[in-house]
Write a protein that binds this ligand. Structure first.
Ligand code: DGY
Length: 314
């Protein structure tokens, strides 16, 4: 059996795959591999282990004649042509659940950071700009406790954010395209959520219906003192519209872990705003969680190679 690993993966886990007598072709550079490298190496592999940085599209799937399984080291799978793979009987594994709480922690961190101006405060001290010990009107932000939190998409991560919000005595409203859930949070339409929330948190998957769902129209509906938080996929938000919203002060700020293009360019207009907090797609980035994700991704791969049902299969 032969497996293509499209990213720099922990040696420990690569060795565990190898222990099973599996031949490995691995991309080891920091940057994602070019499509040509994948096309050149995929023709006779039985499995692919990838991350969200590698598009596994129709062209790749169609020349990978022996492919049995695509295992992605992520919960998101918008980088894989799922329909095409399934039509060829190729199994697709992913890593949900283990990163839910970790990602919700980060989302809460982003809410607190942007509302209470934590990053601005840190920067100001380091730049030697903290001049007076305490001032009544210095670096004022907004309360989080007791506010209205709007969650778009009430999947696993949405529910984990909801559980945290209860501890902050927040009123939680949510919109979910698929269904209402049996939870205490109030189900509302998307428009109502945008109009009422102090914090709008996007937790949806990226697909045709969620692409740019936060656009100019949506941002205009938000309150002037509301914040947008996104740790799902960058392309759910129209960044041009967001820049306009921030320039014209339609909203109070934004906290973003994901971007339309990653890594975001350091000259991107979003980065000129003090009321925007940014992190480099680290929702699941803890030692514990990345280890658990590795365990599942490798198990999915091995089971797929053996033709068995995966631990988490799409
Ligand atoms: C995922 O898994 O899809 C996240 O975006 C990164 O962990």
């Amino acid at each position: 059996m032969k497996v293509l690993i499209t990213f720099r993966f922990f040696d420990e886990w690569v060795n565990r795959i190898r222990e099973n007598g599996i031949e490995i072709i691995q991309w080891k550079e920091e940057k994602a591999p070019p499509k040509k490298w994948i096309m050149d190496n995929v023709t006779d592999v039985d499995g692919i282990l990838c991350t969200l940085n590698t598009r596994i599209d129709k062209d790749i799937i169609s020349i990978a004649k022996k492919l049995k399984v695509i295992s992605t080291y992520s919960v998101g799978f918008d980088h894989i042509d799922v329909k095409e793979a399934k039509s060829k009987g190729i199994k697709i594994g992913y890593t949900p659940e283990v990163l839910t709480e970790t990602t919700a922690d980060l989302i809460f961190g982003l809410i607190l950071a942007v509302a209470r101006r934590i990053v601005e405060g840190d920067k100001l001290i380091r730049e030697g700009k903290w001049m007076i010990p305490w001032q009544p009107d210095f670096l004022l932000g907004y309360d989080v406790y007791g506010k209205t939190l709007g969650i778009i998409g009430m999947g696993r991560i949405g529910k984990a954010v909801y559980r945290r919000a209860k501890g902050f005595n927040m009123h939680v409203i949510y919109y979910s395209r698929s269904k209402k859930y049996d939870i205490e949070a109030e189900y509302v339409s998307l428009d109502e959520l945008l109009q009422r929330s102090d914090f709008v948190v996007v937790t949806v998957d990226l697909n045709e219906s969620t692409y740019h769902m936060i656009n100019e129209k949506a941002l205009k509906m938000m309150k002037r003192n509301a914040f947008l938080i996104n740790a799902s996929r960058g392309r759910t938000v129209d960044e041009k519209a967001l820049v306009k919203a921030l320039e014209e002060k339609w909203i109070a700020g934004a906290a973003l872990d994901v971007f339309e293009e990653e890594p975001i360019n350091k000259d991107h207009p979003l980065l000129k705003f003090n009321n925007v907090v940014v992190t480099p797609h680290i929702g699941s980035a803890t030692f514990e969680t990345r280890h658990k994700m590795a365990e599942i991704a490798v198990e999915n791969l091995k089971r797929g190679l053996r033709g068995e049902k995966l631990v988490y299969e799409l």
